[in-house]
Each structure stands twice: as C-alpha cells, then as structure tokens.
Design a protein around this ligand. Structure first.
Ligand code: BES
Ligand code: ZN
Ligand code: ZN
Length: 478
C-alpha cells in the first residue's frame, strides 16, 4: 500500500474517502460541521457514521471512544474498522485526518498499522470462480498530518507489510509452503536487501553436522528439511542479536499422531519461522544499525515406517542426548539444534519464537504470548517491545524443579516432561539446556499466531511477532 503524509483541508480533495476520528461527546471538525450527517456522528468506540459534504467527497467518521482511554492500540483497532468499511464502500484511496493523541508519531504508526493489517486478505487461491467478484483493494493511504510524522509512517508501513507477508507464509498450505519454500523466501530476502546473506543446509548437511533433532523430526517424510541462516550486518556496536524461529511446515504429531479434528491448522506451525524471516526483511529495509543472526530450522513432522519413534534416543547439535518420548513434542528438538547453532555462530543474546505448546493456549489464550527467559533485562525488553507494538506477552518463570522434570531415563534429557503440568515452562526448560549462559528469551506463540480475532489481526494468520521483533531490534539499535 502506498503511504503518504500531506497537510490538506477536509475532506481531502484527491482521496475517494476521508476518515475522521472523534472522541466520545465531541463533534466533527469545523470544516465539515455543517455537512449532512455531521450532527449525528458518534464518538462511541468503533461506531461508524457517514458525512456528506456536498460536492466535496465522502467522509467517514469513526468513534475513538473516551478521550482518556485513548492509546495506540485503540487507534489501531479504530483504523482497522474504518479501513474495512472503506473497502466495503470500494474506496481505493483513503485519507486519515490525524486525531489528537499526544504523540503524533505514535498516532501515525497506529493509523498506518491498523489500516494495512486490517485490510489484509489471503487471496492466493481465490479468483478462479467467475461467479465470485474480485474484492476491491485499498491502494493508498494519505495521512493528513505534519511532515514530521513521515519517518514514523514509513517505518510503520514497512513493519505492517512485513507482518502481512508473514501472514501469507502462515496461511500458505503445507503442500506449497514446504521447508524448501521457506528457504527460497529467505534467499529472496537476501537478494533484495543490502547487508543480508543467506546459507541453507539440506538433509545431508544437517545430518553431517550432527543436528540430530532436526534430522530426527525430518525422518518421517520425504520432504527435505532445511536449516536456514540469514545474517544481517548493519553495524553499530551492540551485541549480536540472534533470532530463532520454529519452522515446522506441518505438524501431524508424527507417530504420536494428533487427533484429526482441526489438524489442518497445523500448517501454521511455522509461524515463528515466518515471523523471523519477515522481521529480518524489515530490519534490513529499515537499515537498522545492528548485527543479526537468524536461524530457522524447518521440516514437516510426519508419521511413517521411517519416522522417529517414541523412546528413540538422538544426539543434539551440542552433544546432549535426548529420549524422544513423544514425537509431537518436535518443536523443542529442532529449536535445540538451532539455538546451539546460533550460539556457535556468535549470537550474544537470543530470542526464539515458536508455536511450541498447547498449554500456552490454556494459560494465556490468544491475548498474550508467553515469555520465558534466563535474563531479566532481555525479558523486560521483549515485553516492552510487545507493549508498544500491541503484541502482548506475559512472563512465566523458570525453576530448577521444572528442569528436573525434563531428565531422561536412559539419556541426558527427555523431550516429554515427567508430569503434564506447566507444559509451556517445561518445554522452555528443555530449550534452556541449549543456550549455555547466553541471555535468551523464548516466546511461545501457539495461542497468538492464529485466530486472535482482534479487529486488525483477523480470524486466521495474525503475523504475531514480526513487529515485536523489529521493535526489539530498533530498541537495541538505540
Ligand atoms: N505445534 C504443537 C503446539 C500447538 C498445539 C500449537 C496446539 C497450537 C495448538 C507442538 O508441536 C505440540 O504438539 N506440542 C505438544 C507437546 C506435548 C506432546 C508435550 C502439546 O502442546 O500438546
Ligand atoms: Zn507437535
Ligand atoms: Zn509443533
């Protein structure tokens, strides 16, 4: 979507539709106050009213709710609701009169983000039915605002479009979105951006390097696994940031097969990997002055005669042996290799992001992702980045008692805890074995990656994590 910043009268002359936000109990701006409909416009949160300034275009008024409740998140929601109505009205260009919120940059970010994310659709497999008309597309957004918000608007556009690309990857079915497909996307990112290089390992190299977790999960199917490494060098003198994303392109559970109902959604088990890939693309596009290493281990998890079996013992990249007591706990096996590899490659602080446990959905729903970390400072940064982007997180603790639950009977570790309780934490305790003492934060997005149902993230792929990771990189860049 094209995003511009311009100062202009109301309504904007060259936009198909101008959007004006008003707070509860307040009236529309003076310039359109005498137009038909203006007197009835309501400030109630998310309420839409049409105003018709004769011969001067169309205005849509959206309620922003109580002024004292206003924040970036409510503005993203209001922007999405208004933009969705604009699409329904078949407007291809929008102008937004910047409402007052205190900080114009924050306001601009919220409007751009809400508009771009709120009008997202996954259309790749539509359009072949001549009976079903092509949905109208919103092509441009103009902020009627001072030029000082230009940089904030452009950053928001880059981040929101990256998030929508991650949603495309999440939604693409597993017969298209294979490990090779994710690797091809990583190669595209490296080709398109300055300062990004890519390295991709296939099955033989994964086995040869001793990445026993990724190799074991990939045994079940013919689809070749990939270990994807993207490096971005933007300079700066901060520590090298490591990003690791789970890239299971389909999770059947393997021999510990999942129930059939709802299994189609397990194409989204690469959501962490998608968030990492597109966050790297955005970080490079923003030319942030940081050093970055991203690792995405990618494979299917399939049952077959060659699949890894419950009880099998594998050796991870760092030499630890693991009993695979449940083949559906595959994410931690591939992340273990990737985390150890990221440490070896020089990552000095690591964030991993993964649709790792059903337990996190029970604990925190679709509203919060879990953050589990061995480092208070990094955890606070991740939580803070999410607060500002609207991707909420909640920290859960580590404790030696949880670590004890991950001991194996014949090997060093088991991938299945000795008790079911605290499932998200025991999974993270397993991962902690592979980061040495590197500051590390794990973000479990099993509940927030899909079907969040917030106005701008929709009912399916949410792209959760992209803006959070970019914001984290921005904070590190200073
Ligand atoms: N990909 C799943 C996690 C998941 C479950 C995401 C439900 C979204 C909804 C993961 O690989 C998995 O299956 N985890 C198991 C672990 C268990 C066997 C210890 C789980 O959470 O049930
Ligand atoms: Zn699984
Ligand atoms: Zn999984």
């Amino acid at each position: 979507m094209k995003v511009e910043v311009r100062q202009s009268e109301l309504p904007a002359a060259d936009a198909a539709l101008t959007i004006v936000g008003i707070y509860e109990g307040e009236s529309v701006p003076f310039a359109i106050a005498d137009a038909p409909g203006a007197a009835d416009a309501k400030g109630t949160f998310k309420t839409l009213s049409a105003v018709f300034p004769a011969g001067r275009g169309r205005v849509l008024v959206v309620g922003l709710g109580e002024r004292e409740d206003a924040d970036a998140e409510r503005l993203r929601v209001a922007a999405a609701v208004a933009a969705q109505e604009a699409v329904r009205l078949e407007a291809s260009s929008l102008a937004w009169a910047l409402p007052e919120l205190g900080d114009d940059d924050v306001t601009a970010e919220a409007l751009v983000t809400g508009t771009i994310l709120g009008t997202y659709r996954f259309d790749r497999f539509r359009g072949s039915d001549p009976e079903e008309p092509q949905p109208p597309q919103l092509k441009s957004l103009t902020l009627l605002a001072p030029a000082s918000v230009e940089a904030a608007a452009e950053t928001a556009r880059i981040c929101a479009e990256a998030q929508n690309r991650a949603r495309d990857l999440q939604s693409t079915p597993a017969n298209f979105a294979t490990p090779a497909f994710l690797a091809a996307r990583a190669e595209e990112i490296a080709t398109a951006a300055d300062g990004v290089t890519v390295e991709v390992l296939g099955r033989e190299e994964i086995v040869a390097k001793g990445m026993g977790g990724l190799a074991a999960v990939a045994l079940g199917g013919p689809e070749d696994p990939r270990l994807i490494v993207l490096r971005y060098s933007g300079g700066g003198n901060g520590p090298t940031l490591g990003l690791v994303g789970k890239g299971v392109t389909f999770d059947t559970g393997g021999i510990s097969l999942k129930p059939g109902a709802g299994m189609q959604e397990m194409k989204f088990d690469m959501s962490g990997g998608a968030a990492v890939l597109e966050a790297v693309a955005a970080i490079a596009e923003l030319a942030l002055p940081i050093e970055l290493i991203a690792v995405v281990p990618s494979t299917e998890n399939m049952p077959s005669g060659t699949a890894v079996k419950p009880g099998d013992v594998i050796t991870q990249y760092n030499g630890r042996t693991v009993e695979v007591n449940n083949t559906d706990a595959e994410g931690r096996l591939i992340l273990a290799d990737a985390l150890a590899y990221a440490v070896e490659l020089g990552a000095e602080r690591i964030v991993d992001i993964a649709t790792l446990t059903g337990a996190v959905v029970i604990a925190l729903g679709s509203t919060f992702a879990a953050v589990i970390s061995n480092d208070d400072e990094l955890a606070a940064e991740v939580i803070g980045a999410g607060e500002s982007s609207g991707e909420l997180t909640w920290r859960l603790p580590l404790h030696p008692e949880f670590k004890a639950m991950m001991k194996g009977t014949v090997a060093d570790l088991s991938n299945l805890a000795s008790k079911r309780e605290a499932g998200s934490i025991t999974a993270a305790s397993f991962l902690e074995e592979f980061v040495d003492d590197t500051p590390w934060a794990h973000v479990d997005i099993a509940g927030t990656a899909w079907d969040v149902g917030r106005e701008y993230t929709g009912k399916e792929a949410s792209g959760y994590g992209v803006r959070l990771l970019v914001e984290l990189a921005r904070r590190q860049a200073g």
